[in-house]
Design a protein. Structure first.
Length: 438
């Protein structure tokens, strides 16, 4: 194989290749033999057909076409290995093949690839994302521990006959705004821990001192930032009837209580608080990173300029998004048409397809921009980083890292994990560079 000419025409990288004459002739001879063995002619046994008869039944064009398939594959593999071939500038999967010349002694093939788009970016080191370094307060730890405790609290009849802070009260209530009931403002046998501050400010304090069976009207004001806009900032009256009052007995946070949760390496109250602190911090860090990643992604989408949009990549991404939508429609037990119009809110298929196309274009801008930055930063993933990630996956799925790795290899997904880790490292680096509140 010899590359005669390389040219770029309308975003296609074209390699004009001349097949080796000896290879081409030998391939024709081999094809002729194969076709001759397969030939069936009335009056002759297979394999005993005279040469003159064979040539009458197998035209030269058929031999050349048969030989062509083998030579095209062989020259394609040779092209990919040739030092003049630059795989980074083409989309390997977007290939078309044309025959420039095909004679008994001459074969020239054109391998045309879609050109990989060139991306230009603004200064991605000056994005200035809004990022706050997560921290956990003692009060947050206390609230989280309270969630554990609430599952195990015990209620006992109260000896005293009036409500005090810390009691669990069962009561009926009816709320009135402008002397009219409102949605969600009425309940029967509602239970409330006095002092938990879960009701409107001032509500629980006015219940203190009430007795079982007692009725009272409490007046409070909805907060200005109340989630129901029509009620925000308005005065409200609640008519109460106290049904029951109980004393709350909370479990003691000691080693015996903590042992019930079977948390590895957590035995003492101090270790339990440290464990809760780490859980909360991990959660906050994840959310902070997700928020920062979203900001960076939006910036990259808006600032990435592609030399052109390759049709092959666009079609592949649109197909992926469409299949994902089909899967979600099945999960929702709806037809695709119902899911598109009723669930997603698109007027018709045309509107949905347009939205899919726009989403696919955004995804391409983001993906190619990420690849550019990864290349700029020279980010890669070593085996230790890969194994560490696989260990975390193994803990989630309750298996071993070796088992996870083998399954990924079997499903040809291991490189996808490498890409995921690589992109994560890139976003970490961009967050560190661009966070405003360092």
């Amino acid at each position: 194989m010899k590359i005669i000419k390389k040219e770029i025409v309308e975003n296609r990288v074209r390699y004009l290749v001349a097949s080796d004459e000896h290879e081409w002739l030998e391939s024709q001879k081999e094809s002729y033999k194969i076709l001759a063995k397969q030939l069936k002619v009335h009056g002759f046994r297979p394999g005993h057909i005279p040469e003159a008869v064979i040539k009458k039944h197998i035209p030269e064009s058929e031999v050349m076409q048969h030989a062509l398939k083998k030579v095209i594959d062989a020259n394609y593999r040779a092209l990919l290995d040739d030092k003049e071939f630059n795989g980074d500038e083409v989309i390997i999967d977007a290939l078309s093949i044309d025959i420039a010349e095909m004679q008994p002694n001459t074969l020239q093939i054109v391998y045309a690839f879609e050109e990989y788009p060139v991306v230009t970016l603004g200064d991605y080191k000056k994005i200035k994302i809004d990022y706050l370094e997560p921290e956990v307060t003692p009060a947050e730890i206390d609230r989280e521990i309270e969630k554990y405790i609430k599952k195990d609290i015990m209620l006992f009849p109260k000896e005293a006959d009036h409500i005090a802070k810390g009691d669990m009260v069962n009561f009926d209530f009816k709320g009135l705004v402008d002397n009219k009931p409102f949605a969600g403002g009425e309940a029967k046998s509602h239970e409330l821990e006095i002092g938990s501050n879960t009701f409107i400010p001032g509500f629980e304090e006015q219940m203190i001192g009430l007795k079982k069976g007692e009725k009272k009207t409490i007046e409070v004001v909805f907060p200005k930032d109340y989630q129901v806009e029509d009620l925000a900032g308005k005065p409200v009256k609640f008519e109460l009837v106290i049904n029951d009052i109980k004393t709350i007995q909370r479990p003691e946070i000691d080693e015996a209580y903590i042992a019930r949760f079977s948390i590895p390496a957590v035995k003492t109250p101090t270790e339990f608080r440290e464990y809760i602190n780490k859980q909360l911090l991990d959660y906050k860090q994840y959310n902070s990173k997700q928020n920062a990643t979203r900001q960076i992604s939006e910036w990259l989408i808006n600032n990435a300029k592609l030399s052109y949009i390759p049709q092959s990549l666009l079609n592949a991404e649109m197909e992926r998004l469409e299949k994902d939508t089909e899967k979600k429609a099945v999960e929702a037990k709806l037809s695709l048409a119902q899911y598109i119009t009723k669930y997603l809110g698109y007027q018709d298929d045309k509107a949905f397809n347009q939205a899919i196309r726009e989403a696919a274009e955004k995804n391409l801008h983001l993906t190619i921009a990420i690849e550019k930055i990864i290349d700029d930063f020279k980010i890669n993933v070593n085996e230790n980083e890969l194994n560490e990630h696989l260990e975390k996956m193994a803990q989630v799925y309750g298996t071993t890292a070796a088992d996870i790795k083998q399954k990924l290899i079997n499903n040809h997904n291991l490189e996808g994990i490498r890409t995921f880790i690589t992109q994560g490292k890139m976003f970490d680096k961009l967050i560190e560079i661009n966070k405003v509140n360092k």
